[in-house]
Design a protein around this ligand. Structure first.
Ligand code: FAD
Length: 289
């Protein structure tokens, strides 16, 4: 490690000033520090610890029915929230399976999003739930749709002087259900071979809105409009789910690596997508929690 300067911020202004001066923020450190310790990356020369910034903590249900997550909300806190579990269920599914108990206690949603791994757990659910992130720099604050945050593996559209301060999710319309599932080789300490997120809205027996996003299937997490089109206007029955799964496989551009070949990933993408969509539909219909 080659850290020359290490400071600890206690306010957002301090943290933003440090980042603008060239320091890299460290939240839980489970990507940044663990990656450097294992030799996958090197530590930046200048680091600002942000874990003591009170304004960046919290999981807050908003008066308008939406949800606000502080950048430092941990996966454990998010998974433990009754509101997240009941109304933003795909996010709860995802947060509950990040790493191990220790990873979930330490790792944050802000770190997960800004690390920009195509296999990150919370990204797909947040895309499907229509979330935005708030980025702050010395020149002001701006809001970016989560689906526009990533530009490639490990890369975001945030400027070098921007700190992610929070995530906002709008109130889901009545009749909405969502789910996240991943294909994994073991229950804990494993990242997704393929992950699928779905959020669907059902009214009078028909699917009126659908979002499907795939994880670990291309350079960034992305929605599959063809799968969404196969669901919208349908009765959400097996034929529509089958078509959506086929659309996911057709649109996927997976890599081959130690976890699976591209062909295997493409085939499994259809299976995992169908299961996530089916579960989201069941939840939208109130068939299970
Ligand atoms: C054993 C193990 C298992 C894991 N399993 C999973 C898993 O199953 N699924 C999964 O998705 N991830 C997994 N991870 C990765 C990691 O735990 C998560 O990505 C976690 O959410 C990262 O959060 P953090 O706060 O620790 O990030 P940090 O390591 O502190 O930061 C990560 C990156 O984000 C930047 N950053 C952090 N906060 C901000 C901010 N507010 N504004 C701007 N930039 C910021 C940092 O500069 C750094 O580049 C695992 C990690 C370990 C070590």
């Amino acid at each position: 490690m080659s850290v020359q300067t290490f400071t600890t911020a206690t306010s957002v202004d301090d943290a933003v000033a440090a980042v603008a001066a060239g320091a890299r923020p460290v939240a839980g450190g489970t990507d940044l520090v663990v990656g450097a310790r294992s030799g996958k990356s090197t530590m930046p020369e200048s680091v600002v610890a942000i874990h003591r910034v009170a304004e960046l903590h919290g999981v807050e249900s908003l008066a308008d029915g939406g949800l606000r997550l502080g950048a430092l909300a941990s996966h454990a806190e998010i998974a433990a929230s009754d509101d997240v579990r009941s109304r933003f269920t795909a996010l709860s599914d995802a947060s509950a399976i990040v790493g191990s108990h220790a990873t979930r206690a330490q790792g944050t949603v802000g770190g997960n999003l800004m690390n920009a791994s195509p296999a990150m757990e919370t990204g797909g659910p947040l895309v499907c739930l229509g979330a935005t992130v708030t980025l702050r720099s010395p020149s002001g604050t701006r809001t970016v749709a989560v689906e526009d945050l990533w530009t490639g593996p490990g890369k975001t559209s945030a400027a070098a002087d921007e700190l992610l301060v929070g995530v906002e999710i709008p109130a889901p319309p009545a009749g909405t259900g969502s789910a996240y599932l991943r294909l994994e080789y073991r229950r804990q300490m494993e990242i997704a071979v393929v992950g699928a997120s779905a959020a669907v809205t059902v009214a009078d027996g028909l699917v009126t809105d659908a979002r499907v996003a795939m994880t670990a299937l291309s350079a960034t997490i992305r929605r599959i409009p063809e799968a969404e089109a196969a669901l919208i206007g349908s009765d959400g029955g097996s034929a529509a789910i089958e078509s959506a799964g086929a659309a996911v496989a057709a649109a996927s551009t997976p890599i081959s690596d130690v976890r699976g070949s591209a062909d295997y990933r493409r085939a499994m993408a259809a299976v995992i997508a169908r299961r996530a969509i089916d579960q989201a539909l069941s939840r939208a219909r109130g068939e299970n929690a």
